[in-house]
Design a protein around this ligand. Sequence first.
Ligand code: 5GP
Length: 214
Amino acid sequence: MEAGVIARRGFILILSSPSGAGKTTLTRAVAADPKWGLDLSISVTTRQRRPSEIDGKHYQFIDREAFDALRSADNLLEWAEVHGNFYGTPRRPVEKVLGAGRDMIFDIDYQGTRQVRAKLADDVVTVFILPPSLAELRHRLERRAEDSPDTIEKRLANARLEIQRWSEYDYVIVNDDLDDAFRSLEGILIAERLKRARRTGLTTFVEGLLAEPD
Ligand code: 5GP
């Protein structure tokens, strides 16, 4: 791919949305496609593991004491309390990936997004995923059937608050159809990889072009 030939700085692609809007599905799909060469950030969380989740793949499930220890040792790039549980992004893997000029994808909430943007500014691209309607959001949470009715109500109440953060993001995708949303996300990746400011190899490339004989 053209954008891959010329050296550039890596960036962090952040996806946020209320639970059930499809952000996790989209994040996992794009990270699993080798064409995009994206590393997925695996967060730590104090939340209970859902039956379908695998420790170390979906999250690193840890207790509150371990979480506090990571936080005090400054081992988390960002962290937040969401729906009564703690979540955080381990710092080391991010530094490694960006240092190698590769890109990383994060599935984190708006509080974490603010912290990452404050620290890494130009190396962050943010995408907010909206559901087509709140009724559809409820339907998706109920169909997923992985959370108790209580938890679903808590997540729906929070959804209204989370949706209001949409305007802090660079891009907004309404996830009406998963394939369309996926294509939009790919479009964002392509465009962001072509951004002049992060393509550090362009100067040398253009010098080479101009040094060619007529
Ligand atoms: P869930 O419990 O449904 O997996 O995630 C709940 C919320 O926490 C989602 O909005 C998800 O994006 C967010 N989240 C997951 N990992 C992190 C993280 O490391 N940091 C922050 N700030 N939010 C996270």
